[in-house]
Design a binder for this molecule. Structure first.
Ligand code: FMN
Length: 196
């Protein structure tokens, strides 16, 4: 007998990282999330690059249109059902590249509105936690709806090593929690969309 697994509606997740550096631990979290999502029925996670976005300047908006890199970014966010942020902490807050990306997609019409979202972070003592709380506050204004739990903060500098020398996540327990975050985001997205 062949077991039949019920197909779930496909949830497309746009994954954004607030760090632009090559060996970024937070980029490593997203790579791991993409791998883990392949084990989850109905979930597809895709990385969206924010490095090419110009610094926000409303003079670059002409007759309601945006620079081409911004338009392309906004289309990718628009096409996603939900958002996964990997948000490192710079000076107790969200990094400038991530805030810049959020600001561009918030320009009219606000593309974030009514999407479900989750935040993960890796960093120093608090594992990037303070940036998460600032990001949640921004989410209030742009109408993002964050899952509350599980929380994912990872201290990247405390032994044993959580990442290899290329910034790939190697910690089994962190991977488990990361997968739980994805499952929670999937369930919350379906709930917001009235599909469960
Ligand atoms: C400008 C700057 C400010 C930082 N401020 C903080 C901070 O407030 N709290 C913290 O825990 N780490 C801070 N860090 C350390 C980063 O969070 C840490 O290097 C982290 O690994 C960066 O993420 P990434 O590995 O994805 O690039 C800061 C790093 C930079 C470059």
């Amino acid at each position: 007998m062949v077991a039949v697994v019920a197909a779930k509606p496909l949830i497309r997740v746009a994954a954004l990282c607030g760090s632009l550096r090559k060996g970024s631990y937070n980029q490593g979290l997203l790579r791991s999330a993409i791998e883990l999502s392949k084990e989850i029925n109905g979930l597809h996670v895709e990385s969206v690059d924010i490095a090419t976005l110009p610094m926000l300047n409303t003079d670059l908006e002409v007759d309601g249109t945006y620079p081409s890199a911004v338009e392309a970014f906004r289309q990718k966010i628009k096409g996603a059902d939900s958002i996964l942020f990997a948000s490192p902490e710079y000076n107790f807050s969200v990094t400038a590249p991530l805030k810049n990306a959020i600001d561009w997609a918030s320009r009219p019409p606000n593309i974030w509105a009514d999407k479900a979202a989750a935040i993960v972070s890796a960093g120093g003592g608090f594992g990037g936690g303070r940036s998460q709380y600032h990001l949640r506050q921004t989410g209030v204004f742009v109408d993002l709806h964050f899952i509350n739990k599980p929380e994912f903060f990872l201290n990247a500098f405390q032994p044993p090593a959580k990442f290899d020398s290329d910034g790939n996540l190697i910690d089994a327990s962190a991977k488990e929690t990361l997968k739980e975050v994805l499952l929670s985001l999937q369930a919350y997205t379906l709930r917001l969309q009235g599909k469960n």
